[in-house]
Design a protein around this ligand. Structure first.
Ligand SMILES: *Cc1c(COP(=O)(O)O)cnc(C)c1O
Length: 376
């Protein structure tokens, strides 16, 4: 008999999360998650799922019937879009201006697709003129994939123009909105986005582990006319929709993460209560406040002002400053987490998140005070 380990309950401290995600979770969301678990086919739960779907449609600004939350983090939302839509041999133009564009490329290749990669410098947005040229050179391309808000650098790309280009060239658009949803303007129907995925733990300020996804009728048509079977059973949307589709006919596919879905329901409800446009404005206002303070401290931004994400502020680490020491001092003294640089920016930049519930004046003030002290 193996001895039972004696382990105390895990009691995490209350950190202030100002990194690239997870973000500070709304207290109401943590409460919602602790409510009693019910069966995932319980009529009350099914009614909650219907509300959740309409809240997701509001957040995405879409009427898309195929709108749901994948029961896994943002990466699974990414994979959901690629495995359902891209068939072997199909060409996908993939824009790469940071870590997540590169992951899109890997997804395309794992689906047996042909990725035509268009590179942009780290910190720059995707340039629609360059993309247009590539689409013209590749008339057989079926998809255009790009990241709306590149969390690795803090750059915002022009999703509206890129999706219009995709349509003009007969492509479906696949858009990563993990960091953009709830933080900056995003209009799925108006901009003609075909497949989009997000994450619960960035500007929605929900607990991590869920990925909102939406497919346009054109994307659904592509899915239904596939010649090959979707290679992932779990992520196959034609099967998942048997559970998420409205009405009383929900069929078991997998056990929904019941309590996590309560949390998402609550975070989206809070977003709807605030109003999407107010939430976008709040992120911008908090960014301006943070920016003024960071500039006073002499910290320079990685991204040009015109393309800067309000919710992800990448700033260069000053010469001679110990990156890890500063971040661990913020965590130790202030319970404050900021993000390290990723990929090309590792060791060179910090990423300060102002996401969802975290985009508040007191967080900005604390972060500036803590950084000033750590740099002194
Ligand atoms: C965080 C993030 C992801 C991945 O989401 P996970 O929930 O960590 O799997 C994908 N794309 C972007 C732009 C992100 O910021």
């Amino acid at each position: 008999m193996q001895a039972a380990p004696k382990i105390a309950p895990f009691m995490p401290p209350r950190r202030i999360l100002m990194g690239p995600g997870p973000s500070d979770v709304y207290p109401e969301v943590l409460l919602a998650q602790s409510r009693p678990t019910v069966g995932h086919l319980d009529p009350l739960f099914v009614a909650m799922m219907d509300e959740l779907k309409s809240l997701l449609q509001y957040a995405f600004q879409t009427q898309n019937e195929m709108t749901l939350a994948v029961s896994a983090p943002g990466s699974a939302g990414m994979e959901t879009c690629f495995v359902n839509l891209v068939e072997p041999g199909e060409k996908v133009v993939v824009c790469r201006n940071g870590v997540f564009g590169e992951r899109m490329r890997q997804n395309v290749e794992r689906c047996g697709g042909v990725a035509v990669v268009v590179d942009f410098p780290w910190g720059a947005p995707v340039d629609p003129d360059v993309v247009e040229g590539v689409l013209k050179l590749n008339p057989d391309a079926k998809f255009l994939a790009f990241v709306h808000a590149e969390t690795s650098t803090g750059a915002l790309s022009d999703a509206k123009t890129l999706c219009a280009l995709a349509r003009e060239h007969g492509c479906l658009s696949i858009v990563d909105a993990v960091t953009s949803l709830g933080g900056v303007e995003l209009r799925v129907d108006e901009w003609g986005i075909d497949a989009i995925y997000s994450g619960s733990q960035k500007c929605l300020s929900c607990v991590p582990g869920l990925s909102p996804v939406s497919f346009s009728p054109r994307a659904v048509e592509k899915l239904k006319s596939r010649k090959t079977q979707v290679q992932s059973w779990f992520l196959d949307q034609t099967l998942v929709m048997g559970y998420w589709s409205g009405g009383g006919k929900r069929a078991y596919h997998h056990t929904a993460p019941v309590n996590a879905l309560y949390a998402l329901h609550e975070s989206l409800r809070l977003l709807a209560e605030e109003g999407l446009e107010n939430a976008w404005a709040r992120h911008q206002n908090m960014h301006q406040l943070l920016k003024a303070g960071l500039e006073k401290l002499g910290l320079g931004f990685v991204v040009d002002e015109a393309y800067r994400l309000p919710q992800l502020n990448a700033v260069y680490i000053p010469e001679g400053v110990d990156d890890a020491a500063v971040r661990s001092s913020l965590l130790g003294r202030y319970n404050l987490e900021i993000g390290a640089g990723l990929g090309d920016l590792a060791g060179k930049a910090w990423r300060i998140g102002l996401m969802g519930y975290g985009a508040r004046a007191e967080n900005v003030a604390l972060c500036l005070r803590a950084l000033e002290e750590a740099l002194a």
